[in-house]
Design a protein around this ligand. Structure first.
Ligand SMILES: [Fe+2]
Length: 189
């Protein structure tokens, strides 16, 4: 029993060090861009909280954590290449940068592929196909809702149409308790 506990601890410690390396790589690609570095770290924080609260399995949580740190990694490449970073260009350029980072860090191909898939569609909400993708979108919105000057009806519409998890909706309600959206996640209907 003790051996299993120690082994799990070491596995988690290893994963934490790897995540720290992903965060470092994200910062290097965004050197000097404090706003975007902080945005990615904030999305990571929300994603981790939502993933744990939703009790997702360890591998899915790892994919979510990595994706949160790298979801906007295509912005600088897009700006350099096209002069601006529309969501379409971000989705186009982000996966290649993420793949370079994660392959260099030795991540398994299936993890790299999943992270790159989510990054390639992270503004395309109709493509959401699993809890990792769903929680990334919710975590990103939780940050955007406080960073961007969103109108109240934009937040309400997003809550009603895009949010699906109980954890995400509760967090959004805690940020904006005065807004009129009811917490009725799909799984409770
Ligand atoms: Fe973002």
């Amino acid at each position: 029993m003790r051996c299993i506990v120690i082994k799990n601890y070491l596995n988690n410690a290893k994963m934490d060090r790897q995540i720290a390396k992903v965060a470092q790589a994200m910062m290097e690609r965004n050197r000097g861009d404090i706003r975007r570095i902080e945005h990615s770290l904030k999305v990571y924080g929300w994603a981790l909280q939502l993933g744990i609260n939703e009790s997702i399995d360890e591998k899915t949580l790892e994919i979510l954590e990595i994706t949160a740190l790298l979801h906007d990694i295509g912005i600088h490449v897009a700006e350099k290449k096209y002069g601006h970073s529309t969501s379409q260009y971000q989705e186009l350029e982000g996966p290649q940068v993420a793949r370079e980072i994660l392959t260099t860090l030795g991540y398994a191909p299936d993890v790299v592929d999943r992270v790159c898939y989510i990054i390639s569609k992270h503004h395309t909400f109709t493509a959401i196909d699993n809890i990792d993708f769903q929680l990334l979108v919710e975590a990103d919105f939780l940050v955007n809702s406080t960073e961007d000057p969103l109108k109240e009806n934009q937040i309400i519409n997003f809550a009603r149409n895009i949010f699906k998890t109980e954890s995400g909706l509760i967090c959004l309600k805690l940020l904006f308790p005065h807004l009129d959206f009811v917490i009725v996640p799909d799984k409770l209907r």
